[in-house]
Design a protein around this ligand. Structure first.
Ligand code: UGA
Length: 434
């Protein structure tokens, strides 16, 4: 099938590349001339494990191409995916100007029936708004479909190629058939394509992310309680997770959720509820808990050093909001760095992929290491902030040698408590005994 993808950010590139991988011909269009040139030369502008291989293969086999010209991109496309930014506006609601602007541009170019799909996370009612914009500028038939993405950074290729489910919001029969045909190869194992109306589909995306964020905030509160009552959150997690109704996944307590999705989407759903005069109490609590959880690690540090962090140096392992990504948006690390520096401490950090983005954002407010051991030299303590695999089994003898004090604050519960006792470290993690 001929496909166009408008917008070559994270979602657009994963979508375009993975759609090409099953034999579709995909043209990705972006207004950024330099970016398009670079992609034509095989340069992938984002870091996502496994994507580069597919990206280059599909370019080589001429199933994936790039252009700055919208008319060229959509001319032969049966389906046009919109993967455009929807940044939060000043009032917290998503800014739809890119999506609706693209709708108008497409309408003016439309010559025959096409399906226009919103792939980025958009507020409930966007499909209707987009339909109205298109109708105002064309008499040609079209369908606007909601098809939210459920990609996790770091495993996005797998999530796209083998989705748990595909959600398609449309009441247009022709669009339904085309979408079923397009996604058929991705659900061969029997996972469902769930068809529904556009509004339910749009809400499904917010509900999914908000529910997952709720799970995390709930577990973070259980962890905080565990510390007070002398229980171990890892045990409680295993104890409840083995109940199928609860499930094992997404129950890890830590230093709060971050990234470009959960914080934005929970806030947007709370805002949408408010606009509809509905007081979504749980969501407000989820956000409040998360704000506090981002401060928990530094509070532990402060308490250990009796409130005096002036002149102290801290080593940070991890900057990205989670492993296998260079994304630092809403990363707990940024809050931790701010708090430590505000308390008069200095920070030396290492992250396998996230350092460039942090450097671009805060420059030399902190220092950066070439590897995880570099940053330990003369540090008063080590703080584990992101659970990269490379931090999971460090050489503790080396860690001990380099650190000034044998002190580790672990925001991701990476190490076995007994092992840390045996190694003689002061080890303070989340929701477990010290
Ligand atoms: C999330 C969703 O998982 C995807 O399904 C969705 O498509 C995506 O948002 C989106 O809306 O685009 P992502 O933000 O890439 O994906 O990352 P997650 O792996 O979901 O992690 C989000 C945050 O939750 C991270 O800060 C992570 O550290 C935290 N987390 C996750 C926990 O604190 N505990 C857990 O058990 C799991």
């Amino acid at each position: 099938m001929k496909i166009a993808v408008v917008g070559t950010g994270y979602v657009g590139l994963v979508t375009g590349t993975c759609l090409a991988e099953t034999g579709n011909h995909v043209i990705c269009v972006d207004i950024n001339v330099k970016k398009v040139e670079a992609m034509k030369n095989g340069q992938l502008p984002i870091y996502e494990p496994g994507l580069e291989l597919l990206f280059n293969r599909n370019i080589k086999q001429e199933r994936l191409s790039f252009t700055n010209n919208l008319a060229e991109a959509i001319e032969e496309a049966k389906i046009i995916f919109l993967a455009l930014p929807t940044p939060p506006g000043a009032d917290g609601a998503a800014d739809l100007s890119y999506v609706l602007g693209a709708g108008k541009d497409i309408a003016l170019l439309l010559k025959e029936y096409k399906v226009i799909v919103t792939k980025s996370t958009v507020p409930v009612g966007t499909a209707d708004k987009l339909t109205a914009v298109l109708k105002a500028h064309t008499d040609v038939e079209f369908a606007v479909v909601s098809n939210p993405e459920f990609l996790r950074e770091g495993v996005a290729v797998d999530d796209f190629m083998k989705p748990d489910r595909v959600v398609v919001g449309t009441t247009d029969e022709r669009a339904r058939k085309l979408m079923a045909e397009l996604y058929g190869p991705y659900v061969r194992q029997g996972n469902p394509i769930i068809f529904m109306d556009e509004r339910s589909s749009e809400l499904t995306k917010y509900a999914a992310n908000s529910f997952l964020a709720t799970k995390i905030s709930f577990m973070n509160e259980i962890a905080n309680l565990c510390e007070l009552v002398g229980a171990d959150v890892d045990m409680v997690r295993r104890g409840i997770g083995s109940d199928d109704r609860i499930g094992k996944r997404f129950l890890f307590s830590g230093i709060g959720y971050g990234g470009s999705c959960f914080p934005k989407d929970v806030q947007a759903l709370a805002k949408a509820s408010e606009e509809n005069k509905y007081d979504f109490k749980i969501l407000n609590a989820v956000m409040d808990v998360n704000t506090i959880q981002k401060t928990v690690l530094v509070e532990k540090v402060k308490s250990y050093f009796k409130g005096d962090l002036k002149g102290k140096k801290f080593a940070l392992w991890g900057l990205a909001f989670k492993p296998e990504t260079d994304d630092i948006r809403e990363a707990p690390a940024l809050y931790i760095i701010d708090d430590l520096i505000a308390a008069g401490a200095s920070v030396a950090a290492f992250d396998p992929e996230g350092m460039k983005n942090v450097k671009d954002l805060i420059g030399d407010k902190i220092s950066y290491g070439n590897n995880q051991y570099d940053v330990l030299q003369d540090a008063d303590a080590l703080l584990i902030v992101t659970e990269w695999s490379v931090f999971r089994t460090p050489d503790f003898d080396e860690v001990e040698k380099l650190l000034k004090n044998k002190v580790i604050f672990d925001g991701r519960n990476l190490y076995d408590l007994q092992k840390m006792i045996d190694c003689g470290f002061y080890y303070n993690s989340i929701g477990r005994k010290i």
